[in-house]
Write a protein that binds this ligand. Structure first.
Ligand code: DX5
Ligand code: ZN
Length: 221
């Protein structure tokens, strides 16, 4: 499968966000990963729909919105109308509300004509989202506990990716996007790709590099 790189703008300078987003397209990125944090599901607060709306006209790349928030259903409308191309929601945030909440949220995202995906933390068995896999355009496997960029890759994520890819194949969804997020570097990129991930999020590895194009090429190599 063709590997796509989704640089996380969490690692960009927020005072120069427009410039950062424009640079990504020139540097060979495939998606723009937007980390939305609410100060409750995770400690920090990042940004809301207004940021997505403002960067939308600056790039042709799909905007990949990762919602690390409680009660995601209440926010879908804002991100969909702001121009998100794909919205992913955490299993953990949904499961504490009700068993049906994840499926309902995915359905709501689809109703706006936006692609949808489910996310699992490193401590959540990816099997938990198998019941809604047929609704998902993407599965996001966290390889760090969400909240901060620059953390170390958690090795067990490779097993989660393998399980998800095997399940996708077994239900006839060979082309399902499997995204991995957290601690991705040029050193572990090949391993997560071999495990079955085809969308790699990278914050520090892209924005911390002197040459962004070279960093993106290294993650694809
Ligand atoms: C973690 C975020 C990630 C993070 C990735 O909460 O979801 O997208 O920004 O950053 P790196 O690549 O630095 O781990
Ligand atoms: Zn993310």
């Amino acid at each position: 499968m063709h590997t796509k790189i989704a640089p996380s703008i969490l690692s960009a300078d927020f005072s120069r966000m427009g410039e950062a987003v424009e640079k990504l397209e020139l540097a060979g990125a495939d998606l723009v990963h937007c980390d939305v944090m609410d100060g409750s599901f995770v400690e920090p607060i990042t940004f809301g729909g207004q940021m997505v709306k403002n960067i939308r006209p600056l790039t042709k790349l799909p905007l990949d919105v990762h919602l690390m928030i409680e009660h995601p259903k209440t926010q879908i409308k804002f991100f969909a109308e702001a121009g998100a191309d794909i919205i992913t929601v955490h299993y953990e945030a949904c499961a504490k509300i009700s068993p049906d909440y994840l499926g309902e949220t995915l359905q709501l995202i689809k109703s706006f004509g936006v692609k949808c995906g489910a996310v699992v933390n490193p401590s959540t068995d990816v099997e938990k989202i198998f019941p809604v896999l047929d609704m998902c355009d993407m599965v996001l496997i966290m390889s760090v506990f969400p909240g901060y960029g620059g953390q170390k890759f958690i090795l067990s994520a490779a097993e989660q990716i393998k399980k998800a890819r095997a399940r996708a194949l077994s239900i006839g969804r060979a082309a399902l996007d499997i995204e991995v997020d957290g601690g991705i570097t040029a050193q572990n990129a090949a391993e997560v790709r071999r495990a079955g991930a085809n969308v790699l999020v990278a914050g520090s590895a892209v924005f911390g590099a002197a040459d962004m194009s070279a960093a993106i090429a290294a993650l694809k190599a």
